[in-house]
Write a protein that binds this ligand. Sequence first.
Ligand SMILES: [Fe+2]
Length: 558
Amino acid sequence: MRSIINTFSEHGTFVQPETLEYILSKDDPKKFTSFLKNNLKEYPLVLTLDQIKNIEQATEIEKIPIPTEDSIEKKKIQAKTLSKLFGMDLKPETSIDENGIKYGEINKEDEIDILKEETNEMSILPSKEIKKVKGWKPKSREYDAEIRIIKDVTGKSTCEGTTKDFVKLFVDRYDVLRKLLRNQRREMANVIPINRINKGGIKEIQIVGIVNEVRTTQNGHKLIEIEDETGNFTSISLKSNRETFQIANEVVLDEVIGIKGYLSKNGDILVIQNIIFPDISIQNERHKTNLPICAAFLSDIHIGSKEFMEKQWQAFLRWINGEIGNSRQSDVASKIKYLVIPGDVVDGIGIYPGQDKELAITDLYRQYEVLADQLQLIPDHISIIMQPGNHDAVRPAEPQPTFEKEIQDLFSAKDVTFIGNPCYFSLHGVEILSYHGQSLLDFATNIQHLKYNEPVEIMKVMLKKHHLAPIYGGYTPLAPEHSDYMVIDKVPDIFVTGHVHLAMIGEYRGVTLINASSWQAQTSYQKMLNFIPDPAKLPITNLKTGNVTMMDFSKKSF
Ligand SMILES: [Fe+2]
């Protein structure tokens, strides 16, 4: 069974439980797997029973097509699987033998070797004392915190969810991004309103609008309809113009784009020469501080889950208190001034049906109490910045205002700054955009070359589009605020997300990109789908130099 799952997972394909059962029911499952491999036109994100039955039939009756990339059916399946994977739906009824499903390789990062350290049996419920280390003088204790909130919906939410609210949201999005396109992109210097397209006489047409529709024609071209305040117009990206066609494949619903093209002979369609995203400048000057201090990013703690990684967490606490680590690792710990937590701080309750069976703590309030206890063990000179995610006790629609006072009060003994999701803030002048990252899945499902397990690549596309979550009606519920808080109207120095439980670092045009791991081990559902999280890692940015490192607490064999 393992080899069958691995055959497909090597190509990034999940095998649905019932599909696996069907393969295993064959006389020679291995032979049947190679037959499937040879007859799959492409490796889908999710291999469904219908797809393999189609393949079987198609080999006998040529007419039955394999679902195409753009088929609605496939999107539905992807949506169902991904939302289950990240906590929004029913667990499957079929159970699969878990033996032999391997964990991911430990990256060769800065590992804390917990094996050599004494570890006591512990439980997350009572708070543990951390030994005071004699002579431990953290460098960052010398400096006061300097946190400035730049943009956050907290306390500013206006929406009531009416149609008028939605209109305001989209008008604001359009206005902000149209300005960006017109002011920053030379290709868009001569934009005309859509209702002037047919007036004739203009050879090269430039328009800006919100994407109303994107679809592939029967001949494989891409049809894109955009709308501005004066009307809407359909344009076509021909597959023969490969460069532009590739860009057209990155266009998603409800985003704002610029189109440069010429009118077809009968004047009813614009043939696209170029598609222009707002994008960010090639080199962005970074803000830095002169002080030798660092910020650590710690996402998706999931306190309350049975899979919460207590021992790795304990190792993290001991390291940040100067108790363990070699001299270089201790030096990094000593420079940490800020701990940024980008959401899913607890596992929550009722996030998906059947979640109660996965919980070690079934009382939501208690989950936050335990978290507050644990954060008490973070040294006092470190300031904590805490953001909600889709598992937290805040409204699900984004932008999410921060935690209610009742929850904030639990952390009153600690220096915690509560922020919304997303939030722009600065630490000693270094600007950070922190977003939990629910829309990572929307991008991965709607743009062919993006994968949910490569979040940094998706974050680059978000920066290109200057938007965190343009698609309305996807995985990411959006609240119709009068101003679009999901627009990236300011280029940050550091852009951090969580949600997909991976630990990755990247860079785009001078912006540091971080996906900030998790403290929840692989769940049973993730195991079944062969999704391998990368938990118990801690990305750290030096706010003076801009360098990023990753501490690894993920040793499992203790
Ligand atoms: Fe999470």
